[in-house]
Design a binder for this molecule. Structure first.
Ligand code: KIV
Length: 292
């Protein structure tokens, strides 16, 4: 039962009810409403039950079970080696944690490399595995050819988040973790792919490491799709960061666009709350750090 405000009991004083108490589960219509109203959407990655529950309690609306877990949990050199079984395991763990904590977050699971490229039927089979593990939405990387797959999944009741710009699963083809969409031609291609993905039914689109002006113009042109930026400036509908990066526990080189929120927050829950506040009030990210 929610106690409100702080109350004395035979067992001591209960804290006042969290302002987050009695929250409704985050839904796709609600996220698209936020996008339409201009309220920033917050997303963090999480890979286990406890961190997911803490992020949820800190007010993070969307939790991404990202295949970045290959690097941060498994010690792999890239996301290329992450398997469907690993994604299923972590998705189930996050989903259980959210349920146990009576959380409300919208859960998005990455479809790993090699699990959707072969055919739309293969994509559906594997998206079902992640949905049954607790994902509300699946994420696929790439433009052009993915639109047909996105349409196939959406028509069959599986919401899809697309991912353009730096797509880590194709790091070898891209020649490294580089900014994308810098030339006029590549920016035009990215804009066209974004439009095709929205038309196919993608209701979210991660834009990773693209110039902020390009991310802003894509966001403007997609009224039915919530753009989520990472290294793409502040003018997207929302933001995402890799949990370990924003807590300052990255094993490699910290990307330039990341802020260490532990410094602001003082604790893991505090860091997540500081992140939510900074995204909502527009103080993170700083476009000056995205002048690619
Ligand atoms: O895997 C992941 O964590 C991601 C984010 C970087 C967007 O795709």
């Amino acid at each position: 039962m929610i106690q409100d405000p702080a109350q004395s009991t035979p067992y001591g004083t209960l804290p006042p009810a969290s302002p987050l108490a009695n929250r409704k589960p985050v839904s796709l219509p609600r996220l698209l409403e936020m996008r339409a109203r201009g309220e920033k959407i917050t997303m963090l990655t999480a890979y286990d039950a406890t961190f997911a529950a803490v992020a949820d309690a800190a007010g993070v609306e969307c939790i991404l079970i990202g295949d970045s877990l290959g690097m941060v949990c498994q010690g792999l050199p890239s996301t290329v080696g992450v398997s469907l079984e690993t994604m299923r395991y972590h998705t189930e763990s996050v989903s259980r944690g959210i349920r146990r904590a009576q959380g409300t977050a919208w859960l998005i699971a990455d479809m790993p490399f090699g699990t959707y490229q072969e055919s739309k039927e293969q994509a559906l089979r594997n998206a079902v595995v992640l949905s049954q593990a607790g994902a509300h939405m699946v994420k696929v990387e790439g433009g052009g050819w993915t639109a047909e797959t996105v349409r196939f999944l959406v028509e069959r009741g599986i919401p899809v988040c697309a991912h353009l710009g730096l797509t880590p699963q194709t790091v070898h083809a891209l020649g490294g973790y580089r900014v994308q969409g810098k030339s006029d031609a590549s920016a035009d291609t990215l804009r066209r792919h974004a439009q095709e993905l929205q038309d196919a039914g993608a209701s979210m689109l991660v834009l990773e490491m693209v110039p902020h002006a390009l991310a802003a113009s894509v966001t403007q042109s997609l009224p039915y799709c919530a753009t989520i930026g990472i290294g793409a400036g502040k003018d997207t509908a929302g933001q995402v960061l890799v949990l370990h990066d924003m807590l300052g526990v990255n094993l490699g080189k910290m990307p330039k666009f990341v802020r260490n929120f532990m410094a602001d927050g003082g604790s893991i829950r505090g860091a997540m709350e500081a992140y939510v506040a900074a995204v909502k009030n527009g103080s993170f990210p700083d476009n000056a750090l995205h002048a690619w």
